[in-house]
Design a protein around this ligand. Structure first.
Ligand code: GUN
Length: 294
């Protein structure tokens, strides 16, 4: 199999990180500001631990200040709110990230809304969600932001193209739909979900297919149009007896099955995942510079 169709998210994210690193050095030298990011990790979810560790490592590499608070799953909502308020008031912290999902005993939306929207580098606060809808400056959620950067940096034409999104989550599906509708991208957007009828007929019209439904290998070649661009957001653990860990990570798209028919495709891992981290760093840098909310 040749590699010419691969959208190399790892390489593109490294390039973005290099840009951020030099901007960070400039910000430190000229204004004495060090971008600061606070992570809050609650409970024992193994995937969340891995994600927070990689985000913390990215901060270290880029010269950001970062703090990680690891809390037990039994923490009360009030104690969590107290901690968030402390970071809201901390001038050294420009971004606050509460890793989701939260334990069922905590009201996720109250927590999201307690974060100062000016430090909401995840872009989940209703003020940022609303501003994205109406095309105002705001923090853009990191995975959708990473997807549009991949499209831009690979010269993928979006204007007038059919973009079909599988999944309507607040973290990926809805915000990526919103972004691709902006004048900057001008796509015709369709969002499919678990109750959509004849999904295959809809995805077969897609010039750009974005899969974010959390179902391993769901998209096969009979779902896609010849030459389309596939962005695979899925990170699914499936059993793999040949692996040391007993599992392997796979996307929502059956990569091997779709490769010959598609025009371009993101691999899993090494596609969207590293871009999410790069855009989190970008949002934190922009927050430190005061270019979103001043
Ligand atoms: N859980 C899965 N994706 C994300 C994300 O982008 N941000 C946060 N805070 N939690 C997540």
């Amino acid at each position: 199999m040749d590699n010419s169709k691969i959208i190399d998210g790892k390489a593109i994210s490294m390039q973005i990180r290099a840009e951020i690193k030099s901007e960070t050095e400039k910000l430190k030298a000229e204004k004495g500001i060090v971008p600061g990011l606070a992570f809050i990790l609650i409970g024992e979810d193994p995937a969340s631990k891995v994600y927070v560790r990689s985000k913390g490592k990215a901060c270290e590499e880029l010269g950001f200040h970062s703090v990680t608070e690891t809390l037990p799953g039994s923490i009360s909502e009030n104690a969590l709110l107290y901690l968030i308020n402390r970071f809201n008031a901390d001038d050294k912290i420009h971004g606050i990230l509460v890793q989701l999902p939260l334990p069922a005993s905590i009201d996720q939306q109250s927590i999201i809304e307690s974060i100062d929207h000016k430090k909401d580098v995840d872009g989940f606060h209703p003020l940022n969600v609303g501003r994205l809808q109406i095309g105002e400056k705001c923090f853009i959620p990191c995975t959708p932001y990473g997807i549009t950067e991949l499209l831009k940096r690979t010269g993928t034409v979006t204007e007038g193209k059919n973009a079909v999104i599988l999944g309507r989550s607040n973290i990926v599906g809805k915000p990526v739909a919103c972004l691709l509708l902006k004048n900057e991208f001008n796509s015709t957007v369709t969002v499919c979900h678990s109750k959509t009828k004849d999904i295959r007929e809809i995805t077969s019209q897609a010039d750009i297919l974005i899969a974010a439904i959390g179902k391993a290998n769901f998209v096969t070649k009979d779902f896609i149009k010849e030459g389309c661009t596939i962005i695979d957001v899925g990170i699914n653990r499936i059993e793999d007896k040949n692996s040391k860990t007993g599992y392997k990570i796979t996307g929502d798209v059956n990569y091997d099955d779709c490769y010959d028919k598609c025009g371009k495709i993101t691999p899993v891992p090494g596609g969207v995942g590293p871009m999410t981290i790069a855009m989190l760093m970008q949002n934190t840098l922009d927050s430190a510079k005061g270019i979103i909310y001043g």
